[in-house]
Design a protein around this ligand. Structure first.
Ligand code: ARG
Length: 291
């Protein structure tokens, strides 16, 4: 009978394809790019010779801000300091769990002053600040997936910072090595889809070619159900996205990833941040989660 047919279907079909996703309200820190420009080159996306349009950057950024607000999330702002054009990428300003803010210590001297600026903001807003001893670029390289922390290295954050984070938060930290300079932060190569769910169902999307063989094997073992994103979507920083468990805010140009998300029952929302891409950042880079 048809009923028996339905019951005999592989159970993962209901778990992945038509699964009902639930959103949870999030709390983010953003920085309006009032002083945005590309004045130096610390990643392959940046070219100081290409003109930038600050007012367009602000308009595109505003769309992202409005998207979060319309989804019911709470967004706080830090003022951009003149002379720190990369401050708009707040994801690099720290890594915050349970009211504890691990501060950033930037790799490049051009961004060094952002570290103390973000730590000041955290302290002024009631977070306990943990001053970093090791080089790290905050949520650019640290991603919370369920209860586990995925930590990137290879271009920016030092592996010593992974140990520091594991001591500070007393959680499992898995080190992953990035190998492609265009995907220099972990959040350019991995997207966390269900950050607040239990470990069983916590899932990610990633760009396999961004990792060395050992890290790729680790990801395959830990996340057998992960969405594997292709090069075209990776190349528009499609993985640099923000999920609330249901809605996934992604680069509007990441069409393949959009389809993959829909197939899994998520609701992708495309936003165009082409101007901020000139600095090498996308949706996630402009967003720091405050937990
Ligand atoms: N221009 C910035 C840098 O190279 C971009 C940072 C992007 N942020 C991120 N979370 N991936 O540091």
């Amino acid at each position: 009978t048809p009923l028996t047919d339905t019951a005999a279907r592989p159970s993962d079909e209901t778990q992945t394809a038509s699964r009902e996703r639930t959103a949870t309200r999030r709390h983010y820190l953003m920085c309006r790019p009032d002083h945005f420009t590309v004045a130096y080159r610390i990643n392959p996306w940046m070219d100081p010779a290409v003109p930038t349009d600050t007012s367009l950057a602000v308009r595109q950024w505003q769309t992202l801000y409005d998207t979060y607000v319309s989804l019911g999330h709470e967004v706080e702002l830090i003022d951009q300091i003149e002379g720190l054009p990369d401050m708009v990428y707040t994801a690099n300003g720290g890594f915050v769990i349970d009211g504890v803010a691990y501060g950033a210590r930037f790799t490049h001297e051009q961004r060094a002053a952002e570290g103390p600026a973000f730590m000041r903001w955290f302290a002024d807003h009631g977070y306990r600040v943990a001053e970093p001893a090791e080089t790290n670029e905050g949520e650019g390289d640290f991603l919370l997936v369920g209860s586990r922390i995925l930590a990137g290295t290879g271009f920016r954050s030092a592996t010593a910072s992974h140990a520091e984070v594991s001591r500070l938060f007393d959680r499992e930290v898995v080190s992953l090595t990035l190998v492609n300079p265009s995907f220099y932060h972990l959040d350019t190569a991995i997207s966390v889809l269900d950050p607040l769910t239990d470990d069983e169902s916590a899932n990610i999307a990633y760009l396999p070619s961004a990792f060395d063989d050992a890290s790729r094997a680790t990801l395959e073992r830990l996340y057998p159900d992960a969405i594997l994103v292709d090069e075209t979507d990776g190349a528009v920083l499609g993985l640099n996205s923000i999920s609330d468990g249901k809605h996934v805010v992604i680069a509007a140009r990441a069409r393949g990833f959009e389809r993959q998300l829909r197939e899994r029952g998520y609701e992708p929302i495309g936003v165009d941040l082409s101007e901020l891409l000139l600095g090498g950042g996308g949706v996630k880079c402009c967003t720091l989660e405050l937990r």
